[in-house]
Write a protein of this length. Structure first.
Length: 578
């Protein structure tokens, strides 16, 4: 707990392992696993609550379908989300999204929850409900660690222990009930009408901050834990009783049952309850164990192939449901194909229009490049946040996700680019040869794959704002190299030729020219007295590409495609694992 900028999220990110870069030290955890729920509830878009729960189960558990359905219903009912199971996550309220985040992680029953600002953006009633849920989960045996800015008096008293940060220092650690006695030790009396949480935050958030070192010294910067005097003896007795009970239970039974998923009302216990602390704790433990056995499920490692199958199914489903985006992209490619066809209508066999042919090849390549680069730059950074959270919480590993992402985007990419290229090729009057059209389409798809890889690499590395600057900044010189020197191609130096090989836009234009005018194409029509470029071989020689192999161009494009895809994977791995 602490004011803004105190270091709460930084500390939580460090101790949870969510951030590793610049963090030193080691933390030893006895237990099964932990999960991290971020302040912003990022969920897979266009999926309903039930589909998200099924996704979590499919990626985390190897259980039969009916068992998964029973478990999903159990969790959603207890979290009051069952009536919203057919609603997409983006249509849930703030409190419902937070409960959904918890429900998705409860599938494999982690023993440690890290939550960053779970009450952020919630009203007082919803925030109190959220904290009550976390408190009940903690009472079942889980460890719940969360950050909070300035809780109300009601919420403040739900916590078992408070760790107050100010300017990177611990100014208090202990029970909420011991806050006022602790402040009195520093000669600070909390007014009656003040909440202790409000008062201590107000003290340490003063402009001069002179009380921060004083309070930090009283706690030895977090090494001392304060408890209320009137509750000290009870807490010691409880701790001793729990320790004794745990040791006895270990001797009786070697295996440990997992904790129950959610708080439940334990009624009708057969255990003895004579009113003593030991018997009461034993009765509660027996009932919790019985509930645990009923909902017990064993987590097993899911193979990479299974992860791939689950992820590609979900990705294809999301693509199909994004109807507005699909409609816009299809309209965009249809419109561009129509414009290209009208601009170069029936000019593809005119020997006197050499520069128009060159413009057609350059324009088609630029349209494909710019479209395929900018879409991932604008859309993928939001996806990276979801991937980081889900890989950290062990939903899946990065390689199956990366392969599923690559494969799932292919069908739509092929459909859109083929739509554009069919219209532009046949309307422009290029040769009515299926094999030549196939080469034309293959060149366009190869350029598209390289451009998309570049866009994904930028989107995985930068935010939307920075990527929108970096993308055009990189594309501009590549486009410059693409159109450089076509009117004096034989005079271009060897060094410049080598540099142009790094521009996949230039390589794509050359490949497109070869697809349209190569392979022993017949002479073009000539309506003038003399057409210098009516013979396609003259055009190829003028552009200094008559000896260039289209397979060589495909090889360069393939290398650049792998380069950008590998760069994207490295950037994604760095974002997710550091």
């Amino acid at each position: 707990m602490g004011p803004s900028g105190a270091g709460k999220s930084s500390l939580l990110n460090a101790i949870s392992g969510f951030r590793r870069d610049g963090v030193k030290g080691s933390i030893k955890i006895k237990g099964d696993n932990a999960c991290y729920i971020t302040q912003d509830d990022h969920h897979q878009t266009l999926l309903t609550v039930e589909e998200l729960m099924n996704l979590s189960c499919d990626l985390k558990l190897k259980e039969r379908r009916h068992k998964k359905n029973e478990m999903i219903t159990e969790i959603l009912v207890n979290l009051n989300l069952n009536h919203r199971r057919n609603v997409t996550a983006d249509k849930l309220s703030g409190g419902e999204r937070k409960r959904l985040s918890i429900a998705l992680e409860l599938v494999d029953n982690p023993n440690i929850f890290f939550l960053d600002e779970p009450t952020s953006g919630l009203d007082e009633v919803t925030a109190a409900q959220c904290i009550r849920l976390l408190s009940a989960m903690a009472k079942e045996g889980r460890t719940i660690v969360c950050t909070i800015h300035q809780p109300s008096a009601t919420i403040y008293n739900y916590f078992d222990k408070i760790y107050v940060l100010a300017r990177g220092h611990c100014v208090y650690q202990g029970s909420p009930r011991a806050t006022i006695p602790f402040l009195q030790m520093a000669q600070l009396d909390c007014p009656r009408h003040y909440s202790p949480s409000d008062y201590i935050i107000e003290l340490v958030d003063a402009e001069d901050g002179h009380l921060v070192p004083v309070l930090s010294e009283l706690t030895e910067n977090g090494k001392l834990t304060y408890v209320a005097r009137q509750n000290l003896q009870v807490e010691l007795e409880t701790q001793q009783a729990i320790t004794t009970m745990f040791l006895e239970q270990q001797q009786q039974q070697q295996h440990n049952s997992k904790r129950p998923f959610l708080p439940t009302l334990f009624a009708g216990s057969a255990a003895s309850t004579d009113g003593t602390l030991m018997s009461g704790a034993s009765a509660l433990l027996e009932q919790m164990k019985a509930f645990s056995r009923r909902l017990y499920n064993e987590r097993r490692d899911i193979s990479g192939l299974q992860q791939f199958v689950v992820l590609i199914r979900i990705m294809l489903l999301r693509i199909m449901r994004a109807r507005l985006a699909l409609t816009i992209q299809l309209f965009h490619h249809l419109l561009c194909g129509l414009f290209f066809g009208l601009i170069f209508f029936q000019l593809g066999n005119q020997g006197a229009r050499m520069f128009d042919h060159l413009k057609f090849c350059i324009g088609a390549v630029l349209m494909i490049v710019y479209t395929q680069v900018m879409v991932p730059i604008l859309s993928y950074p939001a996806e990276v946040k979801i991937v980081k959270k889900e890989t950290f919480n062990r939903w899946y590993t990065l390689m199956p996700y990366y392969m599923a992402l690559t494969v799932s985007r292919l069908p739509l990419q092929i459909l859109l680019n083929v739509t554009f290229m069919i219209m532009s090729y046949w309307m422009s009057g290029l040769p009515d040869q299926i094999w030549r059209f196939g080469i034309f389409v293959a060149v366009g798809l190869m350029i598209s794959l390289v451009a998309e890889g570049m866009g994904l690499a930028i989107g995985a590395t930068f935010s939307i704002t920075n990527g929108s600057v970096v993308g055009p900044m990189i594309i501009a010189p590549l486009m410059g190299l693409a159109v450089y020197g076509f009117d004096f191609a034989p005079q271009i130096t060897g060094g410049m030729n080598l540099l142009m090989k790094f521009s996949y836009v230039r390589v794509g234009v050359v490949a497109m020219v070869l697809a349209v005018f190569g392979f022993q194409r017949e002479d073009l029509d000539c309506d003038d007295i003399y057409c210098h470029f009516s013979d396609p071989r003259v055009l190829l020689k003028f552009l200094d590409v008559e000896k260039v192999s289209i397979l060589h161009q495909f090889g360069i494009l393939a290398m650049l495609m792998f380069f950008f895809r590998i760069l994207m994977y490295i950037s994604l791995r760095k974002r997710c694992y550091t």
